[in-house]
Design a protein around this ligand. Structure first.
Ligand SMILES: [Zn+2]
Ligand SMILES: [Zn+2]
Length: 63
Protein backbone atom coordinates (compact mmCIF):
# COMPACT_ATOMS: atom_id res chain seq x y z
CA UNK A 1 0.00 0.00 0.00
CA UNK A 2 1.30 3.38 -0.92
CA UNK A 3 2.33 5.79 1.78
CA UNK A 4 1.95 9.47 1.21
CA UNK A 5 2.50 12.60 3.23
CA UNK A 6 -0.02 14.83 4.90
CA UNK A 7 -0.30 18.09 2.92
CA UNK A 8 -0.45 20.11 6.13
CA UNK A 9 2.15 18.68 8.50
CA UNK A 10 4.12 16.20 6.38
CA UNK A 11 3.30 13.22 8.54
CA UNK A 12 3.47 9.94 6.64
CA UNK A 13 0.02 8.46 6.23
CA UNK A 14 -1.11 5.27 4.56
CA UNK A 15 -3.93 2.98 3.67
CA UNK A 16 -7.45 4.26 3.82
CA UNK A 17 -6.98 7.04 6.33
CA UNK A 18 -9.37 9.88 5.75
CA UNK A 19 -7.70 12.32 8.09
CA UNK A 20 -4.14 12.83 9.20
CA UNK A 21 -3.60 11.05 12.53
CA UNK A 22 -1.30 13.82 13.66
CA UNK A 23 -3.01 17.09 12.75
CA UNK A 24 -6.45 16.08 11.54
CA UNK A 25 -6.03 17.47 8.03
CA UNK A 26 -8.47 15.86 5.60
CA UNK A 27 -6.58 13.51 3.28
CA UNK A 28 -9.46 13.05 0.92
CA UNK A 29 -10.82 15.91 -1.13
CA UNK A 30 -14.44 16.17 -2.12
CA UNK A 31 -15.70 17.94 -5.23
CA UNK A 32 -18.46 20.46 -4.45
CA UNK A 33 -19.83 20.03 -7.97
CA UNK A 34 -20.14 16.31 -8.59
CA UNK A 35 -19.31 14.85 -5.17
CA UNK A 36 -16.34 12.94 -6.51
CA UNK A 37 -13.55 12.16 -4.07
CA UNK A 38 -9.83 11.67 -4.49
CA UNK A 39 -6.76 11.52 -2.35
CA UNK A 40 -3.83 13.77 -1.83
CA UNK A 41 -0.72 12.34 -3.41
CA UNK A 42 2.31 13.78 -1.68
CA UNK A 43 2.39 17.54 -2.19
CA UNK A 44 0.67 17.70 -5.53
CA UNK A 45 -2.97 18.11 -4.67
CA UNK A 46 -5.20 18.25 -7.70
CA UNK A 47 -6.41 21.67 -8.68
CA UNK A 48 -9.21 20.32 -10.82
CA UNK A 49 -11.74 17.62 -10.06
CA UNK A 50 -10.62 14.45 -11.87
CA UNK A 51 -14.24 13.52 -12.42
CA UNK A 52 -15.89 16.66 -13.81
CA UNK A 53 -13.07 19.18 -14.24
CA UNK A 54 -14.34 21.76 -11.78
CA UNK A 55 -11.58 23.84 -10.30
CA UNK A 56 -11.04 23.14 -6.61
CA UNK A 57 -8.82 24.94 -4.16
CA UNK A 58 -6.38 23.03 -1.95
CA UNK A 59 -8.06 22.90 1.45
CA UNK A 60 -4.83 23.27 3.36
CA UNK A 61 -4.11 26.68 1.88
CA UNK A 62 -7.27 28.28 3.21
CA UNK A 63 -6.28 28.27 6.84
ZN1 LIG B 1 -1.07 16.20 9.19
ZN1 LIG C 1 -16.32 17.06 -9.78
Amino acid sequence: MAAFKCPACGESTWGSLKHCPRCGEPLIRNCPECGGTWRYIYKSAYQFCPSCGTRVEPASLRR
